[in-house]
Design a protein around this ligand. Structure first.
Ligand code: PLP
Length: 371
């Protein structure tokens, strides 16, 4: 049954395509762009987003785990799919069955797959200083490992920045130097992986061209956000705009006298007679609980405060200045009404989070509508 939604996100196909095209234009013809669609495309819907990007010419997509890749194959996404977050032994069969391309993070895994006679392309990740996944290894060990392989084909070598947006630290330069040393040694030893890749959004947006190589892996920028830099940045290389806006309907409106306590814990006390509205979205839908008594939404074209604690399914807002709004009307949690807007970056700053976690946090109950 098709019940109209009480809270939904509108995802602009046009803006998503425009962001992708801008990224392609910035990196230029010689650099492939592999959109990152992990975590349900950062809350935007992996299948819809992937279909659109493939139609726009994407030849690679990147996901975190095998299950995400399999879900794309089940939706008939046919392009190459890179699995970045590791492949556990019990995931291998599914990965090969769905023709996914895993990133291998250790020499042990590389040698084990080779010994099993797996004659498939994989990418190998070098930990150049992020200190998460990837082999913490120098050029010599990588060359030696490549030399030992019989069946497995290392099609790509990659790494990942820890702080590409930190413009005052030399961590990124150190990482790039280490990767460059590995790539040079591998090439000198006669191996020529088709793809070298290092940069996600920050490496692109903050112009670390020496780390674009032959492929880039943007996630956040596709969805229209770029994390703020620390240290002064020159003009941003990349111009993108948010793809998603989020709305919720009012399910209750009432007038309260001065002194009334609002919501769990009575964390807000009305300093004067007020009109309040209750909207159909709470922390189960991804409204950060940390927005309690501090966040804002756009209601009736103006920015209005969240009153008291955000609860699981509902959030209370101040409608004293938006008296024309009634039950069933929609307000905006992310997006704009006229000149007034709230975006995921602002929410993140208020809530002490990052724009990534705000977008990924938008819950399943929030319907995805593509425009
Ligand atoms: C998530 C991820 C990306 C995309 O990062 P953004 O900052 O969203 O562009 C790229 N590479 C790896 C390895 C990742 O885990």
């Amino acid at each position: 049954m098709n019940i109209p939604a009480r809270t939904w996100v509108e995802i602009s196909r046009g803006q998503l395509a425009a962001n992708f095209r801008n990224i392609c234009k910035v990196v230029g013809e010689g650099v492939a762009v592999s959109p990152v669609v992990k975590a349900d495309a950062y809350g935007h819907g992996a299948v819809e987003v992937s279909r659109l990007l493939v139609a726009e010419g994407a030849r690679w997509l990147a996901v975190s785990c095998v299950a995400e890749g399999v879900a794309l194959r089940e939706a008939d996404i046919g392009c190459r799919i890179l699995v970045m977050g590791g492949m556990l032994p019990f995931e291998r069969e599914a990965a090969w069955g769905a023709d996914l391309t895993p990133v291998i993070h250790s020499f042990e895994d590389l040698r084990e797959l080779d010994a099993l006679g797996v004659a498939r392309p994989v990418h190998f990740k070098v930990d150049t200083g992020m200190t998460r996944l990837g082999a913490r290894a120098g050029a010599g060990e990588v060359v030696e490992a490549l030399r030992s392989l019989r069946a497995l084909r290392v099609e790509g070598l990659m790494s990942h920045f820890a702080s590409a947006e930190h413009l005052t630290s030399d961590q990124s330069d150190v990482q790039m130097e280490r990767f460059r040393a590995v790539c040079d040694a591998v090439r000198a030893a006669g191996f020529a992986p088709d793809l070298l890749h290092f940069s996600s959004t920050n490496g692109l947006a903050y112009g670390r061209r020496g780390a674009w190589h032959s492929l880039v892996r943007p996630g956040l920028a596709l969805y229209g956000y770029i994390s703020p830099s620390s240290g002064t940045s020159g003009p941003l290389t990349l111009s993108v705009k948010p793809v998603l806006s989020w709305r919720a309907r009012l399910v209750g409106v009432k007038d309260i006298p001065e002194g009334t306590l609002v919501g769990y814990g009575g964390r807000f006390r009305a300093p004067k007679p007020m009109r309040i509205g209750v909207i159909a979205a709470g922390y189960a839908d991804g409204v950060p609980h940390r927005l309690s008594n501090r966040g804002h939404v756009v209601a009736g074209g103006r920015l209005v405060p969240i009153l008291g604690a955000v609860s699981m399914d509902l959030t209370t807002i101040d409608l004293s200045e938006s008296r024309h709004l009634g039950v069933g009307d929609a307000v905006t949690l992310i997006g704009s009404e006229g000149e007034v807007s709230v975006d995921a970056q602002q929410i993140a700053e208020t809530a002490g989070e990052i724009s990534y976690s705000v977008l990924c946090g938008i819950g399943n109950r929030v319907r995805r509508v593509y425009t």
